[in-house]
Design a protein around this ligand. Structure first.
Ligand SMILES: C[S@@+](CC[C@H](N)C(=O)[O-])C[C@H]1O[C@@H](n2cnc3c(N)ncnc32)[C@H](O)[C@@H]1O
Length: 311
């Protein structure tokens, strides 16, 4: 495995947002290269549970967090199973702070053979969890024009989604599409040169969309937020960094729902629902990286950070 390189995003905002304190118990649901995880362990005398679904992240995090002995526990899993993990570890209602830094790591993007990037030629893959049997290959060679169009349009906001989908199906009728560069060429052919976005690779949106579909990144988020709130103790904080407007919308809307004390229709004279407010929203607007951070780490550019506190 190549060295794990990933610059953690909005570090100060994360550490402050989690309200770190000695004796606390924290959960990092997306350990990646363990940049945030290590900073949590360094900044207070706490315990940390660090989760990731990617074997390479688990290997890198295990090495990096080794000096922290039994203050840390590393779990290889999908954070969609957060409620089960919490149950197994006996930490329901016990956690002081939870971090989700969702999306892909620089290491995943930059490791050519994982097939995440249109910049490297590799088999179509994009699985964060290599034990999963579903990869970008299955989508590109198996989805119908309608299904492909929907994925590219919804997750990539790709204006040319239908045309790209048609070009993909036409190409694969001759021979299966095996590699990232084969796919990139098909996408390039589908988007007229004059219509391409300035300073953007024509395959960027489609690759993002395929990655989100392969890893079901949006589908697991809402359930994971609810499970995270279940793990927190009163006053515990949930900090979420997202990189995609659809992810941020899910976070914003779920926080809003969890912050409501009643969901009865307005015409009801008295409340008849059993909804109780579970969190208070700390960030009315999402925090974004400073200009300095964006310059040092251009990949931080689209990130947004939201915080909720369990009541
Ligand atoms: C942006 S990186 C996190 C980087 C990390 N905060 C650091 O400081 O190095 C996202 C990581 O989350 C993992 N990940 C994404 N979705 C996940 C999920 N549903 N369950 C578990 N891990 C996930 C990815 O495998 C990746 O390693």
């Amino acid at each position: 495995m190549s060295e794990f390189t990933h610059i953690p995003v909005m570090m100060n905002e994360v550490l402050q947002g989690l309200k770190l304190h000695d004796g606390g118990l924290y959960v990092d649901c997306t350990m990646g290269g363990a940049g945030h995880s290590e900073a949590i362990l360094k900044n207070c005398d706490c315990r940390l549970i660090a989760i990731d679904q990617d074997d390479e992240a688990i290997a890198a995090g295990t090495k990096r967090l080794a000096p922290y002995g039994d203050r840390k526990q590393i779990v290889r899993s999908n954070f969609s199973k957060l409620a089960e993990i919490g149950q197994e570890l006996g930490i329901i209602g016990q956690v002081d702070g939870i971090l989700m830094d969702i999306g892909v790591s620089s290491h995943q993007l930059d490791t050519a053979e994982r097939g995440f990037s249109y910049m490297h030629d590799a088999p179509l893959d994009m699985r964060m969890d290599k034990s999963s049997e579903f990869s970008a290959y299955d989508i590109v060679n198996g989805y119908s024009v309608e299904e492909l169009t929907k994925v590219l349009y919804t997750y990539g906001e790709e204006k040319w989604s239908k045309r790209i989908a048609e070009f993909i199906v036409e190409a694969r009728n001759k021979k299966n599409i095996e590699t990232t560069f084969e796919l990139t060429e098909i996408i390039k052919a589908a988007i007229p040169v004059g219509a391409r976005e300035k300073d953007q690779h024509p395959a960027r949106r489609s690759f993002q969309a395929l990655r989100i579909e392969v890893n079901q990144e949006l589908a697991v988020l809402e359930k994971a937020i609810d499970a995270a709130v279940g793990l927190l103790k009163p006053g515990g904080r949930l900090v979420i960094i997202s990189f995609h407007s659809l992810e941020d919308r899910i976070v914003k809307e779920r926080f809003r729902y969890l912050a409501l004390d009643c969901i009865c229709p307005p015409e009801f004279p008295v409340c008849r629902c059993s909804k109780k407010q579970e969190v208070k929203i700390i960030t009315r607007k999402p925090l974004v990286p400073t200009k300095d951070e964006e310059e040092i780490n251009p990949r931080s550019r689209s990130s947004k950070l939201r915080i909720a506190e369990k009541i």
